[in-house]
Design a protein around this ligand. Structure first.
Ligand code: 5GP
Ligand code: MN
Length: 324
């Protein structure tokens, strides 16, 4: 079956000599792994590609092949023929990297999120049924006629694994497994990568986890679970900012919980909220009502208020969403 948006994206990449790939803020292995894989595929086709991330990578993310080549926006940077937003589709999602877009002749995206309420600002390839940008990237790189190297395979495997909770969330489909099987055949070392991503923690992470779990609050007949993390705890525990990723699962996984939230205080006084739901509630809608977004079962937003106030705000919003 013809996939016109995919073909249009491939054609744009084919026509470009220099391509900028932009990751979303608070990058995860989906946006980073997919961008690094595409960068490698573009270089194999004899062109130039640079991966931008406004935020630094965590130590864990340094396992991505080519992680050290990811750069932040530099005003001396020359221009690009094409800019591709990866795992997002709105310039507001790439933070300071948005300045790169001013230097691109054309801008497009590859994304699997629900579109922002403000509407599309450019054309690109969106597939909200895809588990991950990584899964879409498998198809794109295929279409480009570039073979999967072991590093492309490893990066895409980590991208897909991250967004599917290692093939456990409801976004995991037969197609997800087909893509993963292909990546394994191309040399992705599943045991090594999953050990590194999920079975290898630090003392700092474990201390922080203990702190965060001690904040657990259950509301609305235990259907809403809330966790929080004060910024000062990171230093006190010896943990890194990105290490809170995944902690929300401890709240989500509790039997009977329908909506889980974790509120993370940032260095600048704003609070990052992650939301998850199991069956009924559309957390993308809740996040969008605060200017955020994401997916039906996983979304996020930012609240510009003190942590305690943000908690009260979220408790109210989440309980209300359950009553609807
Ligand atoms: P997480 O809670 O893991 O940070 O994010 C869950 C999902 O929601 C991810 O797919 C992420 O890209 C998306 N997301 C998180 N925060 C925001 C936000 O502020 N705006 C939008 N549009 N999407 C977000
Ligand atoms: Mn993603």
């Amino acid at each position: 079956m013809k996939n016109e948006p995919l073909e249009a994206l491939a054609a744009k990449i084919h026509a470009a000599g220099r391509v900028a790939l932009l990751c979303h803020v608070s990058p995860d292995c989906d946006t980073l792994g997919s961008s690094l894989a595409l960068a490698e595929a573009i270089r194999m086709a004899g062109k130039q590609a640079v991966v931008f991330s406004a935020d630094k990578l965590t130590d864990k993310q340094m396992i991505l092949c080519g992680a050290q080549e990811v750069v932040q926006y530099n005003p001396h940077d020359p221009g690009y023929d094409l800019g591709v937003l990866v795992d997002c589709s709105h310039p507001g999602r790439v933070g300071d990297s948005a300045q790169v877009l001013d230097k691109c002749e054309e801008v497009t995206y590859l994304d699997h999120h629900v579109p922002e309420e403000s509407g599309e600002v450019m054309s690109g390839w969106r597939d909200v049924k895809a588990s991950s940008a990584g899964e879409m990237m498998c198809a794109l790189i295929h279409h480009m006629g570039v073979g999967f190297t072991s590093s492309i395979a490893a990066n895409l495997y980590m991208a897909i694994s991250t967004d599917t909770g290692h093939f456990s969330y409801s976004n995991t489909t037969a197609q997800t497994h087909r893509a993963a099987a292909e990546l394994l055949e191309a040399g992705a070392d599943s045991a090594r990568l999953t050990e590194w991503l999920y079975r290898r923690t630090t003392v700092g992470y474990t201390r922080l986890l203990a702190q965060v779990l001690s904040t657990l609050e259950l509301l609305h007949h235990n259907k809403v679970a809330l966790l929080s993390c004060a910024y000062s705890w990171l230093e006190a525990c010896g943990a890194q900012e990105g290490e809170t990723e995944g902690m929300i699962d401890y709240a989500r996984d509790i039997q009977g919980v329908e909506i889980a939230a974790i509120l993370k205080e940032g260095p600048d006084g704003v609070v990052r909220v992650s939301l998850r739901s199991k069956r009924r509630v559309d957390v993308q809608k809740i996040a969008a009502s605060y200017g955020g977004g994401g997916h039906v079962r996983a979304a996020g937003c930012t609240l510009k208020m003190p942590l305690d106030q943000a908690k009260e705000e979220m408790k109210h919003a989440l309980c209300q969403a359950l009553e609807m």
